[in-house]
Write a protein that binds this ligand. Structure first.
Ligand SMILES: [Zn+2]
Length: 102
C-alpha cells in the first residue's frame, strides 16, 4: 500500500496529526502567546488536522490567548495578531473541510 501524502491531498482522507484517525484533513497553523510581564513565550501548533481537532484546538488557543496572552507590553500587541491569524487559518481550514463529517 502506498503512503498517502496528506499535504498534497487536501480533500482526500488522511491521517489527522492530532487524534490519528483517518478522516478528511486540512492544514492549520495556530499560535498562542503567553505573556509574563517582562518575558513572553510563544507556542505554535502546525499540521494536518480533521475538522474536530481544528475546532477543538482553535478554541483552546483562543481561550488561552485571551486568558494568558496579553500580560506585557509586547504581548499586548502580539496577542491580537495571533487571534486574527488563528481565525484566518481556522476559517480557511473549515472551508476545505466543509463537506467533511464531524
Ligand atoms: Zn483529529
Amino acid at each position: 500500500m502506498a503512503t498517502a501524502n496528506p499535504v498534497n491531498n487536501l480533500n482526500m482522507p488522511g491521517q489527522c496529526q492530532f487524534c490519528g484517525s483517518m478522516r478528511q484533513i486540512a492544514p492549520v497553523t495556530f499560535h498562542r502567546n503567553i505573556g509574563m510581564l517582562v518575558a513572553r513565550q510563544t507556542k505554535s501548533l502546525k499540521g494536518n488536522f480533521c475538522k474536530t481537532c481544528v475546532k477543538k484546538n482553535y478554541w483552546d488557543f483562543t481561550a488561552k490567548n485571551l486568558l494568558l496572552g496579553p500580560w506585557g507590553m509586547i504581548s499586548l500587541v502580539v496577542t491580537p495578531i495571533y487571534l486574527v491569524t488563528n481565525t484566518v487559518s481556522y476559517v480557511s481550514a473549515l472551508q476545505k473541510l466543509s463537506g467533511a463529517v464531524e
